[in-house]
Design a protein. Structure first.
Length: 283
């Protein structure tokens, strides 16, 4: 039996699972959900907090029993930690800390974001609910200032198949994900990440196979908070006001594995120093 594996249990993930069962009921459909409650309505929270909806269970779009009634397997309190595209396998960890792997024929990623709870003073709720309210700022006019929002670091080289992929992988593995993230691109993107780079990164537990190199454009550079270049020279776009750093790193393409390892470790050291300097290290 073929298996469709879906990571994410909110609207996107559950909707995909239900639609998949409608299209072809012969497939086994499994949904990996990081929390205990699939398909709950965040938009309904004000009704619960105000006391208009007294039972939080009523916020569910669909109950667990209803979802499983459609022949969908739910893995609740389970976090997908690593995707291995070449092996069609996902490594995951449940609430007890147990690690398991699950194979798939097709994979759908329908995850959402994680809000950040600030240490703001609690305020009592009205309507005799007895609850307490704390503020979770958003990114709109009433939310956090842009200077405090998530930062994006853009790593760029020529082919986006070696140095920049290494840097983005190290950055996203070591960064405090509430503060920053990394993307990468190239002025002349290759068709795939260099196999020798895939092998070197896999030695340290980082998977870059299956990531499609992308074109470095003015628009992409304009979304970044910090621009780190690695040999793309004058071909790299110039964005007024965007802070830029250049790392003189050798291109790993076609080099022996020992030399690629040295480049990989150099990139890690540079990323670690950058995270420390910017205050973005994992707590």
């Amino acid at each position: 039996m073929k298996q469709l594996l879906i990571i994410g249990g909110s609207d996107a993930g559950i909707s995909a699972a239900l639609r998949a069962r409608e299209v072809d009921a012969s497939w086994r459909v499994c949904v990996v959900v990081a929390d205990r409650f699939p398909n709950y309505s965040i938009c309904g929270l004000p009704f619960f907090l105000s006391g208009e909806t007294p039972q939080w269970e009523s916020l569910a779009h669909r109950t667990r029993a209803e979802i499983e009634g459609h022949g969908i397997e739910l893995l609740l309190d389970t976090v997908a930690e690593r995707i291995e595209p070449a092996a069609h396998r996902v490594m995951m960890r449940d609430a007890s800390g147990a690690v398991r792997e699950l194979s798939y024929d097709r994979l759908v990623i329908g995850t959402g974001a994680v809000p950040k709870l600030y240490a703001a003073p609690e305020q009592p709720l009205g309507s005799g609910s007895g609850g307490r309210l704390r503020m979770v700022p958003g990114g709109g006019p009433g939310g956090r200032d842009r200077s405090e929002a998530m930062k994006t670091v853009l790593f760029a080289c020529i082919h986006n198949a070696g140095r920049s992929q290494m840097a983005a992988a190290w950055f996203n593995a070591l960064v405090d994900r509430e503060k920053a993230r990394a993307v990468s691109a190239g002025t002349e993107p290759a068709a795939r990440v260099h196999p020798e780079v895939v092998a070197a990164m896999r030695e340290v537990g980082l998977e870059v196979e299956g990531i499609a190199p992308q074109k470095l454009t003015d628009e992409l550079a304009g979304t970044a908070s910090l621009f780190v270049t690695m040999g793309c020279g004058e071909a790299c776009p110039v964005v007024p006001g965007l802070r830029r750093i250049d790392w003189p790193l050798e291109d790993p393409k076609g080099k022996p594995l020992a030399e690629i390892r040295a480049i990989r470790d150099d990139v890690k050291d540079r990323v670690t120093a950058l995270l420390a300097a910017e205050g973005w290290k994992q707590p």
